[in-house]
Write a protein that binds this ligand. Structure first.
Ligand code: UDP
Length: 237
């Protein structure tokens, strides 16, 4: 371990954040707690923290190699990841390849149809407001990100999709949609947070079964098994 763990600075729904003896580094501790529907539904997915930490490491490495800078520094243990300290841009960025979830519900569209080319959506990261869908004009109005930063976010979100979708396809998983968060590190944009079955929708190519947090949201059972299966396919374990 290259740093020592300091005090807890923030506890979120799925992670705890700790300071370190390096002012520019944070430790993310991945918990097993699961929430859905703006935390109205709560539960535990056994060993989810370990799975999400390891999957995120693999995907951050893949993205870095593909030209998308991330906050990832190193994985310290089963549940701990060392990252650069960033100022999170308060926007949740969703990329969609297939119609599902809130898109199907809000617009009355049929789940399962391909979206070509993929679309990018923005949500205002604000639990009290229930993370509402926002437009680029709203982002400008609220000064959530500079226009140049927003353009970079969009480009990197699509690049992330272009790198991840074939990676998952090779492993028998359809990348339906996913959510990203970005942060500013010394004024430079980097991809932050995590990329895991908590933040992505994966459907098994053959059976079309959900292999992600939808199993928890919809009480589909075999939740732990699905997370472990995604880990196995992503990390070749
Ligand atoms: N997502 C997320 N956190 C959120 C909302 C959505 O990680 O607070 C992910 C979700 O897992 C899915 C994608 O973003 O992969 C699109 O989610 P959607 O807008 O369809 O919302 P949901 O149906 O999950 O409410």
């Amino acid at each position: 371990m290259t740093v020592s763990k300091g005090s807890l600075i923030y506890e979120g729904k799925a992670k705890k954040l700790f300071e370190t003896d390096n002012a520019d580094r944070l430790i993310h501790y991945f918990k097993d707690d699961a929430t859905a529907f703006n935390a109205q539904k709560k539960g535990t997915i056994v060993e989810k923290g370990i799975v999400n930490n390891k999957i995120s490491e693999r995907l951050f490495r893949l993205l870095e190699a593909g030209g998308v800078p991330t906050h990832f520094v190193e994985r310290l243990s089963d549940r701990e990841m060392l990252t650069k300290k960033v100022r999170i841009v308060p926007i949740e960025v969703v990329v969609r390849n297939i119609i599902a979830g809130s898109l199907a519900k809000r617009l009355g569209l049929k789940e399962g149809e391909a979206i070509t080319p993929p679309i990018v959506e923005f949500y205002y990261k604000n639990d009290a407001l229930g993370d509402p869908l926002i437009t680029e004009e709203h982002i400008r109005l609220m000064k959530l990100a500079e226009p140049a930063v927003l353009n970079q976010i969009k480009a990197w979100a699509l690049r992330t999709n272009a790198l991840l979708a074939p990676f998952f396809a090779e492993r028998g998983l359809i990348l339906v949609d996913f959510k990203l968060e970005f942060g500013l590190h010394n004024g430079k944009l980097v991809l932050a947070d995590e990329i895991s079955p908590d933040t992505c929708r994966f459907w098994d190519q053959k059976t079309k079964e959900s292999m992600d947090k939808d199993r928890f949201r919809k009480d589909l059972g075999k939740i732990e098994e699905a997370y472990q299966e995604v880990l196995r396919r992503v990390c070749d374990v």
